[in-house]
Design a protein. Structure first.
Length: 189
């Protein structure tokens, strides 16, 4: 797959390495270069500061599978009054990019997992990654990408349910296997 990662932080660089090792074509782009990178990609992964989501141009994202790997951080992003209108931060992104096929994923893992862990073989359980989205086809594409990266995808529901993947929730920031992720998601139902 052709994957565009929007952002140039440590998560973006770690993902790039893993995706390329798994045989995917990857381009890193920052906000000024978004349009071309998105237009030529099969999948787009967003790894920008949350407060910058409104700078994304909506048109290139139409019909693109778009992974929201962004976490809202009040210290970095400041106070955002629009967050009071929604339960899940991904819902605001979906409103801003109405044509995108958005899936919340990859935001719950510690950075170490993205860069240094895996592949897993034998009896060692693979780490699981919860995903949330409204469109089954987009979730299937993201699940395939996660499997290529060495993770077990776990369906966490719709975009409205993606609040369960946000910082402070039971699945956030932990390296967990499939059964543990399912159990922890159930704690936040």
């Amino acid at each position: 797959m052709r994957v565009a990662i929007i952002g140039d932080g440590r998560v973006a660089r770690a993902l790039r390495g893993r995706l390329e090792a798994a045989g995917h074509e990857v381009v890193l782009a920052d906000l000024p270069d978004v349009e071309q990178a998105v237009r030529s990609a099969d999948v787009v992964i967003l790894d920008i500061p949350y407060h910058r989501y409104s700078e994304l141009p909506a048109a290139p994202f139409t019909n693109k599978v778009t992974v929201d790997a962004i976490n809202y951080d009040p210290d970095q992003d400041g106070s955002l009054p629009e967050l009071e209108q929604v339960r899940a931060t991904t819902e605001l992104l979906a409103r801003h990019l109405p044509g995108a096929r958005i899936v919340k994923a990859l935001n719950t893992l510690p950075l170490l997992t993205l860069s240094d862990i895996g592949p897993f073989r034998g009896d060692v359980p693979r780490p699981a990654v919860p995903i949330a989205g409204n469109e089954p086809g987009a979730k299937a594409v993201v699940a395939e990408l996660l499997a290529d990266l060495g993770f077990d995808p776990v369906d966490a529901g719709s975009l409205g349910d993606s609040w369960r993947l946000q910082p402070g929730m039971p699945v956030f920031g932990l390296l967990l296997d499939l059964d543990d992720v399912r159990a922890r998601l159930a704690l936040s139902s």
